[in-house]
Ligand binder design. Structure first.
Ligand SMILES: NC(=O)c1ccc[n+]([C@@H]2O[C@H](COP(=O)([O-])OP(=O)(O)OC[C@H]3O[C@@H](n4cnc5c(N)ncnc54)[C@H](O)[C@@H]3O)[C@@H](O)[C@H]2O)c1
Length: 297
């Protein structure tokens, strides 16, 4: 019988993480590298992808890894997942460097957030006299172009990445795909938690729920499509992750959560490693829900 650490060992495996420069993406890359994998940070934000790779390469993960290798273990590649050409180029570059692709983490998404970054963006928008905040638009008036844009990234982008990585994984006869969904792909948002007294109503948009539900559908589809091909496909469904949200939101969210709080950004790492490694060797077509009990009420 294998030893426990071997179940989670990813030594020498190659992982592409889309949205790898984001809040959870960076955590995912650090976790995969900590288990011995090479990572590719595929993100539309080129500077952030390169910066993330540079800071990951600074970390000392494993004394067994030769220092010459350490500096190349993370690679940042600018990628727009909604473009077939861009995705194909990213996979081609990954293969030219590593010759294989073992793990695809589909983390990139347009996720309209209510955190401090949004406050900053809104202030900048106001100064630039831009249009209304999309989160303040009710369902009936929601602009078609914003709906289409979200579908293109969150669903079509994931489809394109699965196609390009799947081709290589079929050739290898082995691979793991992890698609990141959300609690809002399973249940509707409780719009009450986004309201602030004395301010106009705000809404988590419909496209987020619809695309995240679609992620679960794509996961089931691919799990069965790849039956017998050595490729496992699972979804990871996080609950809300704390990122310097204001106290009003934090309180409202926490009151609605079974665990009474938001997740810390590193609290998805165990689930991610489980799904990426042989520890989950009998799991495909599943959805690992890490939501502090949000969907259990
Ligand atoms: N943070 C949360 O509370 C939370 C909760 C549930 C689910 N999720 C899901 O987890 C995943 C990661 O969330 P996060 O909080 O790290 O998001 P984030 O916004 O911090 O990161 C998303 C990353 O995706 C990149 N990206 C956007 N469009 C892209 C494109 N077209 N091509 C390539 N990259 C693109 C962005 O540049 C960014 O680095 C998302 O799928 C999100 O829906 C997040």
């Amino acid at each position: 019988m294998e030893k426990l650490p071997q179940l989670f060992d990813l030594t020498g495996r190659v992982a592409v993480v889309t949205g790898g420069a984001g809040l959870l993406g960076g955590e995912f890359c650090r976790t995969l590298m900590g288990a011995g994998a090479y990572t590719v940070i595929a993100d539309i934000d080129e500077a952030a992808a390169k910066d993330t790779a540079a800071s990951l390469n600074e970390l000392q993960f494993n004394k067994r890894v030769r220092s010459k290798e350490t500096s190349q273990r993370a690679l940042g590649i600018q990628t727009d997942i909604s473009s077939k050409e861009s995705v194909q180029q990213m996979v081609a570059k990954t293969l030219s460097v590593h010759n294989r692709l073992d793990i695809l983490v589909n983390g990139a998404a347009l996720d309209p957030k209510f955190d401090h970054q949004r406050e900053t963006n809104l202030e900048e928008d106001e100064q630039a006299h831009r249009l209304v905040d999309p989160l303040s638009i009710n369902f009936e008036d929601y602009p078609l172009d914003l709906w289409n844009q979200a579908l293109e990234v969150n669903l079509t982008g994931m489809f394109l990445c699965c196609q390009a990585a799947g081709k290589q994984m079929v050739e290898q006869g082995r691979g793991v795909i992890i698609n990141v969904s959300s609690i809002y792909g399973l249940v509707g948002p409780d719009q009450r938690i986004y309201q602030k007294q004395g301010e106009p109503p705000q809404y988590k948009p419909a496209h987020y729920s619809v695309t995240k539900a679609g992620v679960v559908g794509l996961t089931s589809y691919l799990a069965t499509y790849y039956a017998g091909k050595g490729i496992r496909v699972n979804a990871l469904t996080p609950g809300g992750v704390y990122n310097d949200h204001d106290d009003t939101f934090l309180e409202a969210y926490s009151a609605r959560s079974v665990m009474g709080r938001m997740a810390e950004k590193n609290e998805m790492n165990g689930a991610l490693l489980f799904l990426a490694s042989d520890a989950s060797s009998y799991m495909t077509g599943g959805n690992l829900v890490v939501d502090g009990g949000w969907t259990a009420w």
